[in-house]
Design a protein around this ligand. Structure first.
Ligand SMILES: Nc1ncnc2c1ncn2[C@@H]1O[C@H](COP(=O)(O)OP(=O)(O)OP(=O)(O)O)[C@@H](O)[C@H]1O
Ligand code: NI
Length: 311
């Protein structure tokens, strides 16, 4: 991918939490470690991973809204320049927009139409808000409502509309579709496609790999706080033979359409990570080396993989 078209470039990102244990000793848990990924303009990158794999933390790190006991190391670049805390504050909600996982992020004291209109930076706010409402079949009078009057699905539509009318160049959507009916879901995906086609970079965070495959160009597979593979959408086919990492293959084969072949075991918790490859304890092809060494990401067949044995 051409460097100039890269909107977001993350390398060696780690997030550690400090807290005191019962004996008032400092303990650290590393919830994201040595994570790499890129999102280019005109691209939808899906970040998939099971609950607790670090998806929301990744989004919050990019926006600079992690809790104060989180320590971030590594590099996050936006349009080729480091995202410092100061720059994050300046461009958040403007050049970079978040569709948060929780509808609790809506301002409870502001009418929802106003919330959507406030995020518009280019064009006529009311006109853009009306169009967004129309596409989502939201009645015009809903604009005057407060968040507590909305159903879960309506609140979700407001959140997506707020981000998509903002004119941001990078949109990060953290599980944007729970509570949406099928037609609203299709509308959301087509909005994201439209944004990307207009030059925006979209990062779609989801645990729903099938949903990701309907809309994403590339898929980053997150496991225990790190990206184990970046695959192309077309790699998720057949029996998963084109996928590079054993965990991605396992995710694919566990889907209902692929006969639910789940692998035994659990994703390790941040405070009990294995010494070597994070997936080694569950991997049927793991060797002694895998238990000792953390594999670095490497390019393979047009994607990326973090596995010593992938071919
Ligand atoms: N403020 C915090 N302090 C300590 N640990 C945290 C904090 N917030 C999150 N974590 C831990 O970081 C890990 C990743 O959390 P995160 O919310 O990013 O997961 P997720 O992939 O978004 O999950 P889900 O799909 O359920 O939304 C979890 O193990 C969680 O317990
Ligand atoms: Ni989350």
């Amino acid at each position: 991918m051409e460097r100039s078209s890269l909107m977001l470039e993350i390398s060696r990102l780690s997030i550690r939490f400090h807290r005191l244990d019962r004996r008032l000793r400092q303990v650290h848990t590393e919830t994201i470690h040595n994570l790499h990924l890129t999102v280019a303009a005109q691209e939808i990158l899906a970040v998939v991973g099971s609950s607790g794999s670090g998806k929301s933390l990744l989004a919050h790190a990019i926006l600079g809204i992690l809790p104060s006991n989180a320590q971030v190391t590594g590099s996050i670049q936006f349009k080729g320049e480091e995202l410092t805390p100061d720059r994050q504050r300046r461009i958040r909600g403007k050049e970079i927009a978040l569709i948060p996982q929780s509808v609790a992020y809506l301002d409870p004291l502001m009418r929802v139409g106003e919330q959507v209109q406030q995020s518009v930076r280019q064009g006529d706010p009311e006109n853009l808000r009306r169009k967004a409402f129309h596409k989502y079949n939201l009645a015009e009078y809903v604009a005057k409502w407060f968040p507590f009057q909305l159903s879960g699905g309506m609140a979700r539509k407001i959140l997506v509309s707020t981000a998509t009318v903002s004119g941001a160049q990078l949109v990060i959507a953290d599980e944007p579709t729970p509570g949406l009916d099928a037609s609203a879901m299709v509308e959301t995906w087509s909005r994201f496609r439209q944004l990307a086609d207009d030059g925006c970079a979209v990062m779609l965070i989801t645990h729903d790999i099938e949903a990701a495959l309907t809309v994403a160009d590339r898929i980053a597979v997150l496991y225990a706080g790190t990206v184990v593979e970046i695959a192309l959408r077309s790699d998720f086919a057949g029996d998963g033979e084109r996928l590079r990492h054993p965990y991605s293959k396992a995710l694919w084969r566990a889907l209902p359409s692929q006969q639910f072949r789940a692998i035994p075991g659990y994703q390790p918790l941040p405070d009990a990570l294995p010494k070597g490859c994070v997936f080694a304890p569950r991997c049927s092809s793991a060797t002694i080396e895998c238990e000792e060494v953390q594999p670095e990401p490497r390019t393979l067949r047009g994607g990326e993989v973090r596995c010593l044995h992938a071919t």
